[in-house]
Design a protein around this ligand. Structure first.
Ligand code: ADQ
Length: 726
């Protein structure tokens, strides 16, 4: 049976110590609340920290037994590690940085080492429990190294990762000293999920710019596999909140609150205590609202519900003091005998009390400075059964992308919050109902179960895609067959591309010159007169001559403009012109001026604009612009513009590697043909090969080649096997 292993920092149950005894209680927080219902409905195991030290759990055998009976497997962490990993790296480094508070982020080697240690401890526990068919779903910023650590232990595992907080833009993420390790850690997963499309985009951008992997259409082509990244906005348990009127406890609580509140209209504010939630700014805006609107005095109450959180981190301690002060100040300034404008509750409330507050609140004031999603906004909306109530929501909460019918504000703009409060308290009922009904429809459809199902579907689809790619992979067995066919053949033709196929790309073309080992290997292949080796390249003929002129090989330069038979001289197969270069060169020059890091390569019959060293986003944008511009310029010239691997090339039409290769293919009755290539220019060669030929593309992606190998080093090791080496 396929099981689901959910892995998160905290188990959905927490062990609390009270008066020397240990008690088990449900954990609070967005993730635990959201996933609990989903996890109970399928065969799942939850792996996480139980919130208490290693020694204590061991001592209390029945606590351990109860956790296991609830399918919860605790990861034991030492107190020191919890301090440096959880209170340190997670809450003092990643949390502030990812929420755009870089000045709060502490960069400590000690924290980082604890983070690595704890992620390794998680990997050991998960690897000990996982069976081959299981699906592993890892959650959140506490465990960003875990996907890679698991991939090393369980190479075939199905691993998904979901980040519940924002993924910041590259400019912010790059500040992290361990940024590459974090990205590599995440890429151990098959699917990386985010709340919004923007976060997924930021992640892809950072992967591209920091690790250099190709990304496109939510797909990353890493060294030996593809990884998907996509947006899955987390939903809530909609039924639970929308059925609040059938919950007698919630109804009784509502009545009790209403009695205390009298006729006052209620503005509700609910958050964990966190500087990202913008609570002081919200209070100041409320105070300004009262200044501006004396008519609302004694008529409204702001219920400020704050859940204690991270009480040992300095910024949180300061924030608590600031809030206490502000509440006192505002109540002192505006309050009267019998009316306190702010009701301040600093505690966690049970579901029925929270639901009662949601249901009686006229306005929910949800104004985080940054929030990955924000479930409070969704819970409030779901509770509005009669459709009455207004949600004010900050644009920097992920939820704003789904809840467009709310009053959307900029949390730093006090004026906007004041106006939003005025608008909310005066909004006609019909408008409130219309706005809420639209949002409710969406929230009901895309609830937490749907969210998890969509993530799972995409994860399994990604796995299938990887398997299809693997089927094209040239296995070790097939490499042995290929090598033995080659050794038995009487007439063998080897058509080999050079850059990206026999050697990896280098920042500058001149840096990719062949080393002594490669030259020796090519020389060995040519030693037997039954073999014909042809290097088919886009390079200019002088470079090929200087690198390979001494070998007994055929050479094709500039994709087929120039051909040199082994032992012969260079000849050109067409009567080609190069006058057009005078017209095209200045255009490319202006692109070099506007794209730092790019340069022009001039070949006899073609011009190439290279942008491998440019900023990737800018390079791609300029490449597209250049292609557009050139297609107009060359309309009447016998030229073609082609986009290659970080290059745009202009050359004469009808020149391609396939045409050049056909000269050799048609010449003899070959009983073995091998073609190796890596990019679109090699596709022309693959296409004209007989079906019996071995055609192999380096890397993934659509190709006419029959097989894939992951990298140039795999290509050279195949050639080595063919000549009988290891
Ligand atoms: P949080 O930062 O914890 O979650 P949020 O999404 O608002 O923020 O979730 C808070 C949860 O706690 C809600 O389900 C709410 O009902 C509950 N809650 C709040 N106050 C409470 C109180 N006083 N008593 C009891 N329960 C209370 C992180 C990210 C978010 C992301 C979630 C889920 O920071 O951006 O939405 O994970 O991915």
């Amino acid at each position: 049976m396929q099981r689901l292993l959910i892995v998160s920092n905290r188990l959905p149950l927490t062990i609390q110590e009270r008066k020397g005894d240990l008690h088990i209680e449900p954990s609070v927080g967005g993730l635990a609340t959201g996933l609990r219902s989903w996890y109970k409905s399928s065969p799942s195991i939850w792996i996480g920290w139980a919130g208490i030290g290693r020694k204590k759990i061991k001592k209390e055998k029945d606590i351990m037994a109860r956790l296991l009976s609830e399918n919860c497997h605790p990861v034991a962490l030492s107190e020191h590690d919890v301090e440096a990993y959880y209170h340190g790296f997670c809450n003092r480094t990643i949390w502030p940085l990812f929420h755009y508070f870089p000045l709060y982020a502490e960069y400590s080697e000690d924290f980082w080492q604890a983070y690595e240690r704890v992620n390794t401890a998680f990997a050991n526990v998960v690897a000990g429990i996982a069976r081959p068919n299981d699906i592993i779903w890892i959650h959140d910023y506490h465990l960003m190294l875990l996907p890679k650590l698991l991939r090393e232990r369980l190479p075939k595992a199905t691993v998904g990762f979901f980040l519940h907080i924002p993924f910041p833009s590259f400019e912010t993420f790059r500040l992290l000293p361990w940024r590459k390790q974090i990205l590599e850690g995440l890429l151990g997963a098959d699917l990386v999920g985010f709340h919004t499309y923007d976060y997924a985009g930021h992640f892809l951008d950072s992967v591209h710019r920091l690790l250099g992997y190709e990304v496109g259409m939510g797909q990353i082509t890493a060294t030996d596999r593809v990884v998907k990244a996509d947006a899955f906005p987390m939903g809530i348990n909609y039924e639970q909140y929308s059925n609040v009127d059938q919950d007698p406890k919630a109804q009784a609580e509502r009545k009790r609150f209403r009695k205390k509140l009298g006729d006052c209209r209620v503005i509700l504010s609910v958050d964990r205590l966190d500087y990202t939630k913008g609570i002081p700014q919200r209070l100041e805006a409320f105070s300004l609202f009262l200044d501006r609107n004396p008519k609302f005095k004694r008529k409204v109450i702001l219920v400020l519900l704050v859940v204690p959180s991270r009480t040992r981190v300095e910024h949180y301690i300061q924030l608590k003091k600031q809030l206490d002060g502000l509440v006192g100040e505002i109540n002192g300034k505006h309050g009267t005998i019998g009316w306190m404008p702010i009701w301040y509750l600093y505690r966690s409330l049970p579901f029925h009390s929270l639901a009662a507050l949601y249901s009686l609140a006229d306005v929910a004031l949800v104004t985080p400075l940054r929030d990955g999603m924000n479930l409070v906004a969704k819970e409030y909306t779901a509770t509005k059964i009669d459709g009455k109530g207004v949600l004010i929501l900050s644009e920097t909460a992920g939820a704003a992308q789904e809840l467009g019918e709310a009053i959307i504000i900029n949390a730093n703009n006090q004026e906007e919050i004041v106006q939003a409060l005025e608008k909310a308290l005066e909004m006609p009922e019909q408008e409130q109902i219309e706005r809420n009904r639209t949002m409710q429809k969406r929230l009901r459809r895309y609830d937490v179960v749907q969210w998890a199902n969509e993530f799972m579907d995409k994860l399994l689809y990604t796995k299938k895609l990887q398997q299809e790619m693997e089927e094209k992979a040239l296995t070790y067995e097939m490499q042995r067959t290929l090598a033995s066919n080659f050794q038995k053949s009487n007439k063998a033709l080897l058509l080999l591309d050079y850059d990206g196929t026999l050697v990896p790309f280098a920042p500058r073309p001149v840096d990719a010159m062949p080393g002594a080992n490669l030259l020796r290997l090519l020389e060995k292949l040519t030693r037997n007169p039954r073999n014909e080796v042809v290097l088919i390249s886009g390079r200019d003929k002088d470079t090929l001559e200087s690198w390979f002129g001494g070998l007994n090989v055929g050479l094709v330069a500039e994709h087929g403009v120039w051909i040199k038979e082994k032992g012969g001289g260079w000849e050109t197969i067409e009567t080609l012109t190069s006058e057009w270069k005078e017209e095209v060169h200045p255009i490319l020059e202006s692109w070099v001026d506007r794209t730092p890091g790019s340069f022009i390569e001039e070949k006899e019959y073609s011009l190439v604009w290279h942008y491998r060293k440019a900023n990737p986003g800018l390079g791609e944008l300029r490449a597209r612009e250049l292609m557009n511009n050139l297609s107009n310029t060359i309309a009447n010239l016998n030229l073609q513009v082609l986009e290659g691997s970080k290059v745009v090339e202009v050359k004469n039409t009808d020149i391609n590697k396939g045409r050049a290769a056909s000269r050799w293919i048609s010449r003899e009755k070959w009983d073995f043909i091998l073609a190796l290539g890596d990019d679109w220019t090699d596709e022309d060669t693959f296409k004209i090969l007989p079906s019996t030929a071995w055609s192999i593309k380096m890397g993934f992606g659509a190709s006419a080649a029959r097989f894939n190998l992951s990298s140039p080093s795999k290509a050279t090791s195949l050639l080595r096997k063919m000549v009988g080496g290891r």
